[in-house]
Write a protein that binds this ligand. Structure first.
Ligand code: SF4
Length: 242
C-alpha cells in the first residue's frame, strides 16, 4: 500500500510539473518504466531466473493492452524510427493497420487462438523494444518450452515471474490513478487499434493532454473502470473497504 501511494504521489508531481509542456508523455513514461525496471531488479532477488531471451517472441501473440501515455510514446518512437525502417523495407504503419483489421474487437482468448504475431516482431525481435509497453515488460516466464507449447495451442499453464507481474500492476495502476486525479483519460486500450488512431492523427497527443479520451474506440470493455477506481481510492485510504 505504501509503495502504491508513494508511486501515485511521484506521478502526481510529474504531471503537475509537466502540465502544458509538450514532453509530458516521455517524462511520465521515463519515470514509470525506470521505476518498474528498478523495482523488478530488486524484487526478483531469490526467485528463479527468467527464461526470456532476445530472439524469443513466443508470447508476442497475446492481446496487448496499454494506457494512453504508453500508446502515445510508442507512436512517437514509431514516427522517429520510420525513416530507417522504411529504408529496411519495413512499413510499420501498414503492418499495424493490417493487424488492427484482423484483431479489432477480439477478446483475450480469441486473440490468442489466432496465433498472429504482434506487428512489431521481425526475426523474433521487437522493433519497438525501448518503447515497449508495461504489458510486455511485466510478462516474463520461467519456462521457455511452456511458452512455446502455449503459443502452439496447448492448454498449459506458463510459470510466469510474479515479481514482474506484481511490480507492473502496482506501477501502472499508480500511474493510472495519478492520471485520473489529474484529469487525463486513464483507461486501458487495445494496442493495434489505439496505435492506428495515434498514427493517423498527429494531434492525438495534444488532444489527450487537453483531457480528451482520444482512444475511446479502442477501450477494453472487459475491464471494469468503476471497480478499478474504487480500488485505487481504497488503497490510498480515501474510502473504506466495501
Ligand atoms: S510490443 Fe514488442 S514485446 Fe510487446 S507484444 Fe509486440 S513485439 Fe512483443
Amino acid at each position: 500500500m505504501g509503495f502504491f501511494r508513494a508511486q501515485h504521489e511521484g506521478f502526481m508531481e510529474t504531471l503537475a510539473t509537466w502540465r502544458d509542456r509538450r514532453d509530458m508523455v516521455p517524462a511520465l513514461l521515463s519515470q514509470a518504466y525506470s521505476s518498474f525496471e528498478g523495482n523488478v531488479a530488486f524484487q526478483v532477488q531469490g526467485f528463479p531466473e527468467v527464461a526470456c531471451k532476445k530472439g524469443c517472441a513466443a508470447c508476442c501473440t497475446v492481446r496487448v493492452v496499454a494506457t494512453a501515455p504508453e500508446v502515445l510514446l510508442a507512436a512517437r518512437y514509431i514516427r522517429h524510427m520510420d525513416g530507417s525502417l522504411q529504408r529496411d523495407g519495413v512499413n510499420l504503419k501498414a503492418r499495424i493497420a493490417e493487424a488492427d483489421e484482423k484483431t479489432r474487437g477480439l477478446g483475450e482468448a480469441q486473440r490468442m487462438s489466432l496465433r498472429l504475431h504482434c506487428p512489431f516482431i521481425a526475426k523474433g525481435i521487437c522493433l519497438i523494444h525501448p518503447a515497449r509497453l508495461f504489458a510486455c515488460r511485466g510478462h516474463a516466464s520461467h519456462d521457455r518450452q511452456a511458452c512455446n507449447d502455449a503459443a502452439s495451442g496447448s492448454p498449459i499453464e506458463v510459470p510466469i515471474s510474479m515479481p514482474h507481474r506484481m511490480v507492473r500492476s502496482m506501477v501502472q495502476n499508480a500511474m493510472q490513478s495519478a492520471l485520473r486525479d489529474s484529469g487525463y483519460a486513464w483507461g486501458m486500450y487495445e494496442l493495434n487499434h489505439a496505435l492506428s488512431i495515434a498514427l493517423d492523427d498527429e494531434g492525438a497527443e495534444d488532444a489527450w493532454r487537453g483531457g480528451c479520451d482520444v482512444f475511446r474506440e479502442a477501450r477494453i470493455e472487459d475491464i471494469d473502470m468503476l471497480e478499478m477506481a474504487a480500488v485505487f481510492d481504497e488503497i490510498r485510504g480515501l474510502t473504506s473497504p466495501a
